[in-house]
Design a protein around this ligand. Structure first.
Ligand code: AMP
Length: 177
């Protein structure tokens, strides 16, 4: 067990679910990762390692599995977590950003007072596929004047080349397929 790296251990827990949620998609099920206290503790350490907490004001997690990763990193780095949620979930004044899906559109929102100009943030989600979700979330965060110092994922589906959608932003992922 101790001979394996954190990335190898996390990879070993991820389950492929063919044809979910629709035919042709191989869904990466991270529930066994969320379900392991040891894996979550290791994930928090490994995903926080590239960042100097002194240079980060907050983490930004994307609904909903990004909240799980974001919370783990938040506790490790001693930083708060800003929530980027689907339309209609956040109370108070919000700012929104719509983006295209394969079919139709979706909208992400953040509370208007959650970010300030000059704030340095790290954005997190569970998985990078095409990058469309993270690209929209980044535009939302940048529209508030925050500076994105890095973007982190547990899993990257490299063959979909989602990194290209993220421009020059530094991008980290623990497990690549
Ligand atoms: P994308 O915007 O294409 O990068 O998709 C990223 C979002 O969709 C992430 O929040 C993932 O949770 C989810 N997602 C996309 N593809 C998969 C997949 N094959 N397995 C699990 N989740 C996925």
């Amino acid at each position: 067990m101790t001979d394996l790296t954190t990335a190898e251990r996390i990879r070993g827990l991820i389950r492929d679910v063919p044809d979910f949620p629709k035919p042709g998609i191989v869904f990466k099920d991270l529930c066994p990762v969320w379900g392991s206290g040891d894996a979550m503790a290791e994930l928090a350490v490994a995903m926080s390692a590239p960042y100097d907490p002194a240079g980060v004001h907050a983490l930004v997690g994307i609904e909903s599995r990004g909240f799980l990763v974001g919370t783990a990193m938040s506790m490790k780095m001693g930083k708060g977590l800003v929530l980027v949620r689907k339309k209609g979930k956040l109370p108070g004044t919000v700012v929104s950003r719509s983006y295209d899906l394969e079919y139709g559109q979706d909208t992400l929102e953040v509370q208007a007072n959650a970010l300030r100009p000059g704030m340095k943030v790290v954005m997190v989600d569970d998985l990078l596929a095409t990058g469309g979700t993270m690209k929209a979330a980044m535009a939302l965060v940048e529209s508030q004047g925050a500076e994105i110092i890095g973007v982190s994922f547990v899993v990257e589906l490299g063959f979909l080349e989602g990194r290209k959608a993220l421009g020059d932003t530094t991008c980290y992922s623990l497990v690549r397929y």
